[in-house]
Ligand binder design. Structure first.
Ligand SMILES: *Cc1c(COP(=O)(O)O)cnc(C)c1O
Length: 489
């Protein structure tokens, strides 16, 4: 581990006698002496002894090793790294909501339950669904929950021979994984060269053993599936249900609704489309919506309006409901951020997000398609995929381009996904970037293409400005060093 680069651990900065704070004097007096001996410490805690400037600098310097949407442009495709308005944070951090206990009597948490219920209703309206649960903790968790709802629906119909879920070959990896965890076999359906589902291939795979088809729309290459009504009709004809992976609902906001496209069950990622920070395994939320007739299968607990008691209540008693899939009502702080976002933008503002994201993506795509290979031409939605540089003779790969971008203060786009192309470089600018940022990104991408042709070694050796340049990805995956002791070399 490179101390020059990472700095030291706070413990390594310790010098005996230094301190940044003075501990309060013991005001408990003799009371402490009455504690049982076995509860007392025999030696002082091993705390670092650091002066205040040293402490402040240590953590500030550490924090600058992070890259986030708050520090720069983050065009990570299939991930919607949009700016997260700070008012969301204020609302989520409000001590009134933060201090609530899940087991408080209903009458003391009416505001929180109303906020929760309101978000459910907003999402139902946005998705064209009948009801939402906010309980799942992430997109993949929402997929699993949605598939369990589908399972429960077929079971309730005595339709127990359905053991397959159809997933397009361009799907996000969580789709087949969730279907597998839900107990289904995965049947892959091919994509056409334009990235949309091959309807003929789909037809050949449909029969009465199909429980559901999972789809993303716009699909992974950012194209809208124009055949969606036909696809939904075919799947419904054999008794299957349509599952919408709405992790990336962003381009659809206020423009088009999965419920109107024929989907029966869907999830959204609040931590993508609804402006909650994500990445690094932080808290997420993957609410699941269902069309009319499937509501009763949604998981417990549920928030509902009790007419008789004239208040919001939470129930775990619904007989047909799935059991708990989360400890309580999901990640409340994430839900509150999403609610704040929706209320701040309003219907009108939300309806602008998708078209703006689409405009930004097309602007970048069209400004670069002479130098980067565009495998699926035409107007994209919120994101698009290049298949590496147009000039394949330079030896410069997508990985090199992504690493060179770091030198200019941009986060790399998603690379080598989707698997449809060898050199996938998936760019999603989102609606929250200015024209100047997009222009600067385009300029840098053009410069990298020029460098690849004229001075390829610059791109091949990039990044030149980051703390680490070329970690061994394979070793990191095979023999991860996760303990501090393992890092000492
Ligand atoms: C991000 C994403 C998911 C998974 O969401 P997580 O919250 O990471 O589990 C699923 N599908 C698509 C299309 C996604 O982009």
């Amino acid at each position: 581990m490179n101390r020059e680069v990472y700095g030291k651990l706070i413990f390594e900065c310790s010098q005996p006698g230094r301190r940044a704070v003075k501990l309060p004097v013991n005001t408990y007096g003799k009371a402490l002496e009455s504690l049982p001996v076995n509860l007392l410490r025999h030696a002082g805690p091993d705390l670092p002894e650091v002066d205040e400037p040293g402490l402040v600098r240590h953590y500030n310097n550490l924090s600058t090793n992070n890259f986030g949407v708050d520090t720069g442009f983050y065009p990570l495709g299939s991930c919607t790294m949009k700016y997260n308005p700070k008012i969301n944070e204020e609302i989520a951090a409000d001590p009134v909501t933060g201090g609530l206990h899940p087991a408080q009597p209903f009458e003391t948490v009416q505001g929180a339950l109303e906020a929760y219920h309101t978000l459910q209703e907003f999402l139902s309206e946005i998705g064209g669904m009948s009801e939402f649960t906010l309980n799942p903790y992430a997109g993949a968790h929402g997929e699993l929950t949605g598939l369990m709802v589908i399972h429960a629906y077929h079971d309730a119909n005595g339709d127990t021979a359905r053991d397959k879920v159809i997933v397009p070959d361009s799907a996000h990896g969580t789709n087949p994984a969730s279907a597998n965890v839900a107990g289904y076999k995965i049947v892959e359906v091919k994509s056409l060269p334009d990235g949309t589902v091959d309807v003929d291939d789909l037809r050949s795979k449909l029969d009465n053993t199909v429980a559901a088809m999972m789809m993303t729309n716009p699909n992974t290459v950012g194209m809208f599936e124009k055949n969606i009504p036909e696809i939904a009709r075919l799947v419904h004809e054999v008794g299957g249900l349509m599952y919408y992976d709405g992790a990336n609902l962003n381009p659809m906001l206020g423009v088009s609704r999965p419920g109107d496209m024929g989907f029966d069950v869907m999830h959204v990622n609040l931590h993508k489309s609804f402006s909650t920070p994500h990445g690094g395994g932080g808290p997420g939320s993957g609410p699941v919506g269902v069309r009319k007739g499937l509501e009763k299968f949604l998981p417990n607990p549920r928030v509902y309006w009790n007419e008789e008691h004239d208040q919001y209540e939470v129930t775990c008693a619904d007989a047909d409901a799935l059991g708990r899939i989360s400890s309580w009502l999901g990640n409340f702080a994430v839900e509150m951020r999403a609610l704040a976002y929706i209320l701040t933008l309003g219907a009108e503002g939300l309806a602008q997000a998708g078209p703006m994201a689409t405009l930004n993506a097309n602007y970048i795509k069209d400004s670069l398609k002479d130098l980067y290979k565009l495998p699926v031409p035409g107007r994209c939605k919120h994101e698009f995929v290049f298949d590496g540089l147009a000039d394949k003779s330079t030896g410069v790969t997508t990985l090199n381009v992504a690493k060179r971008l770091l030198d200019f203060g941009f986060h790399a786009p998603t690379i080598y996904f989707p698997l449809l192309f060898h050199e996938s470089l998936m760019i999603e600018p989102t609606e929250t970037e200015t024209r100047e940022t997009l222009d600067r990104f385009i300029e840098v991408m053009r410069q990298i293409a020029r460098e690849a042709a004229e001075t390829p070694e610059v791109v091949l050796n990039a990044p030149l400005t980051t703390p680490i340049a070329h970690p061994d990805d394979t070793q990191a995956a095979l023999t991860p060093k996760v303990k501090y002791a393992d890092l000492q070399d």
